[in-house]
Design a protein. Structure first.
Length: 193
């Protein structure tokens, strides 16, 4: 499975190039409108061709990359996947409480469900590497089902943080070293202590 850090680095480059193409074409149209005092814009055929090309490229990027994003296969086949472990996490009064073992010990390749519930506000459940980069996240809404299926394929130690604004105290909602993944052949270079 591709590492989310690598996928996002590649997508940053791809979308930056796409954005520069869009910006340069818009600048070209703007230049044509104001050059030499002429108030004529692009011909409708050229304009609509330009829009069609942007739509094709933009949607094409999503179709080409949707299987490289690590969590997509889990979401597409969620109803067929039986978890190996389920961890229950409760949010209340700007505190994160993990039921059971701490740290949550996960073996490489285990299908894990993080079942989070909020008893008062909307919070976020985010898994973060030691360098601060995010592995995955979800919203935790009171009165709703909030669970996240994840499969770890690298050893590491991960923190849990709230990723939603829930007032000033929400910025300090973190459980250090909450998840420990063992048994993999490879180490997550961003999650080692």
């Amino acid at each position: 499975m591709a590492d989310s850090v690598d996928v996002l680095s590649t997508l940053k480059i791809v979308y930056s190039i796409y954005a520069w193409i869009v910006i340069s074409l818009i600048a070209w149209f703007a230049y044509n409108i104001v050059r030499d005092g002429k108030k004529e814009g692009a011909k409708p055929a050229i304009f609509y061709t330009y829009i069609a090309i942007l739509v094709v490229i933009g949607t094409g990027l999503h179709f080409l990359t949707y299987n490289t994003v690590p969590w997509v296969p889990y979401d597409l086949n969620r109803d067929k996947i039986k978890p190996d472990k389920v961890f229950h996490i409760t949010y209340k009064d700007h505190k994160i409480t993990i039921e059971g073992e701490k740290p949550m010990l996960i073996h490489c390749g285990d299908k894990v469900v993080f079942d989070a519930k909020s008893e008062d506000l909307t919070y976020g459940f985010g898994i973060f590497r030691q360098n601060g980069s995010m592995v995955t996240q979800m919203q935790v809404v009171p009165g709703s089902r909030n669970d996240l299926l994840w499969i770890f394929d690298k050893n590491g130690v991960y923190n849990i943080k709230s990723t939603e604004y829930s007032g000033p105290k929400g910025a300090f909602m973190e459980v250090k070293d909450a998840i420990k993944v063992i048994g993999c052949m490879e180490y997550d270079r961003y999650s080692m202590k």
